[in-house]
Ligand binder design. Structure first.
Ligand SMILES: *[C@@H]1O[C@H](CO)[C@@H](O)[C@H](O)[C@H]1NC(C)=O
Ligand SMILES: *[C@@H]1O[C@H](CO)[C@@H](O)[C@H](O)[C@H]1NC(C)=O
Ligand SMILES: *[C@@H]1O[C@H](CO)[C@@H](O)[C@H](O)[C@H]1NC(C)=O
Length: 437
């Protein structure tokens, strides 16, 4: 169980660190990335770990949902490469489907990995998460603990609304991860909300439990008519980073590293995992690694304990560094030949270009301009540190963004895919474009 006493011990250790005592592990302010366990080739598992480490991510929360040869192999590859590279892994058991109904179905499997050096621990206790699992009883969680030993159980119950008394009902949990880091479709044209985060966080704080917050760009799923929705990414990531720093949860999880099916991947996803299903039609050519221009700076701000984004600066030594993103199909577009149709929620999406630009300390006089084809959508003055922008009225054509110092282009880029108003796929994935000198 997570105990407040260990938290106090940790806080005094943290203070000691200033006096030269180095904490044993990076337990403080950890950042994870949700990793879908598909049949990933071993060299790609390794590459994912190398990339995550270079961004400052502490561990992958691996979404395991079935015993198959390919999922078992991927788990082994990840743990083996993590051992070699000094990275960490923990399980996020997917309990949303038919496969895992109770923890007893994976307790032995978990036990096999929990003793590995590369299994992630928080204050020396192995962390276990889930996607779903609302109906697991207190006794079943206790049974898991007796089977595998001391663990921290921090699930995401994405269908259970938070309440002040959440931990009265779920007393055996050590914390809660709020999965919902996008607006619900029915909320309309809103910014990413924090109401649920705040309720979960205060419930956790008053019970001495942990609160984990999610960070995600958008959620667009377009696999078939039953799995066809859009949860807003406009006014999400560019605000979420500041929300996290302001709320100061105990841990954060990027959603996700590689979930191509829901378009919220922030890392690479690999062709061997999605070949032959519906996903490539809306992810081929939609490389999201442009987010890497800003993630290291955000992770450093989080680890420093910053409570705002103000001091996020370029990590590549440049005057300005950033990323912008937009849909490549107008919301009003004709994609009627797509049998799946437009996603639920698209009525409240926006034809907009949004982004984040980091400017080096002390730098003044920069602006950002964004064009849709040859139409200038707008220009905004930039300050040193963190800047966000949104320019609406995106129209057809190539989107270009330039950071300017007077007439000089400091950094600029155009998206490889032009925005169109007719297409054979109703694709509302984001095109993500790096602004990197
Ligand atoms: C995957 O691993 C589990 C647990 O060790 C085992 O029960 C199962 O048989 C394995 N599946 C395959 C297909 O090898
Ligand atoms: C759009 O947002 C409004 C709330 O502003 C909501 O009532 C409506 O249901 C949303 N439209 C769709 C199609 O979800
Ligand atoms: C995504 O783009 C980056 C940067 O151009 C590149 O290094 C990476 O290989 C690309 N990923 C894939 C899967 O093509």
């Amino acid at each position: 169980m997570y105990r407040s006493a260990s938290l106090l011990a940790w806080i005094s250790l943290g203070a000691g660190a200033l006096a030269g005592l180095v904490p044993k592990a990076t337990t403080n302010k950890p950042v994870f990335a949700h990793y879908m366990v598909g049949g990933v080739l071993t060299e790609h598992c390794r590459q994912d770990i190398v990339d995550a480490q270079s961004l400052g991510i502490d561990a992958f929360a691996i979404n395991y949902d079935q015993y198959a040869w390919w999922s078992n192999n991927t788990v082994n590859y990840l743990f083996d490469h993590a051992d070699e590279l000094g990275f960490k892994i923990f399980f996020s058991f997917d309990m949303s489907g038919d496969y895992f109904a109770t923890p007893s179905e994976y307790s032995q499997f978990l036990g096999d990995y929990i003793a590995r050096d590369s299994y992630y621990t928080y204050n020396d206790v192995p962390l276990v998460s889930t996607f779903g699992g609302e109906s697991v009883t207190t006794d079943e969680w206790k049974d898991l603990r007796s089977a595998v030993g001391d663990i921290l159980i921090v699930p995401s119950f994405y269908q259970t609304p938070p309440s002040a008394t959440f931990f009265d009902e779920y007393s055996e949990l050590d914390g809660i991860f709020n999965w919902n880091s996008w607006p619900q479709i029915a909320e309309g044209k809103v910014y990413v909300p924090t109401a649920e985060d705040k309720t979960f966080q205060s419930a956790a704080q008053s019970s001495g439990k942990l609160f984990m917050m999610g960070v995600s760009p958008l959620q667009f799923k377009h696999m078939n008519t039953d799995n066809n929705w859009y949860r807003r990414g406009e006014r999400n990531l560019e605000y979420r980073l500041g929300q996290v720093l302001s709320l100061q949860p105990d841990m954060i999880e990027l959603q996700t590293w590689n979930d191509a099916g829901e378009s919220h991947y922030m890392g690479n996803f690999w062709p061997e995992v999605i070949t032959g299903d519906a996903i490539p039609a809306y992810t081929d050519g939609y490389n999201h690694t442009g987010y890497w221009e800003i993630l290291p700076s955000f992770i450093q701000a989080w680890k420093r304990g910053d409570t705002t984004t103000a001091n996020m600066v370029p990590t590549n030594g440049a005057t300005a560094q950033g990323v912008f993103w937009h849909h490549t199909l107008l919301t009003t577009a004709d994609c009627s030949s797509d049998q799946i149709g437009k996603p639920a929620g698209i009525e409240n999406a926006s034809n907009a270009v949004q982004g984040i630009i980091l400017v080096k300390e002390g730098q003044t006089g920069l602006t950002v301009s964004v064009w849709s084809g040859s139409t200038l959508l707008g220009t905004k003055k930039l300050v040193a540190g963190f800047n966000r922008f949104v320019f609406t009225k995106m129209t057809t054509g190539t989107v270009t963004a330039q950071v300017l110092n007077g007439e000089d282009v400091v950094v600029g880029a155009s998206g490889p895919l032009a925005v169109v108003d007719t297409a054979s796929v109703c694709n509302y994935n984001f095109q993500v474009v790096a602004l990197s000198a």
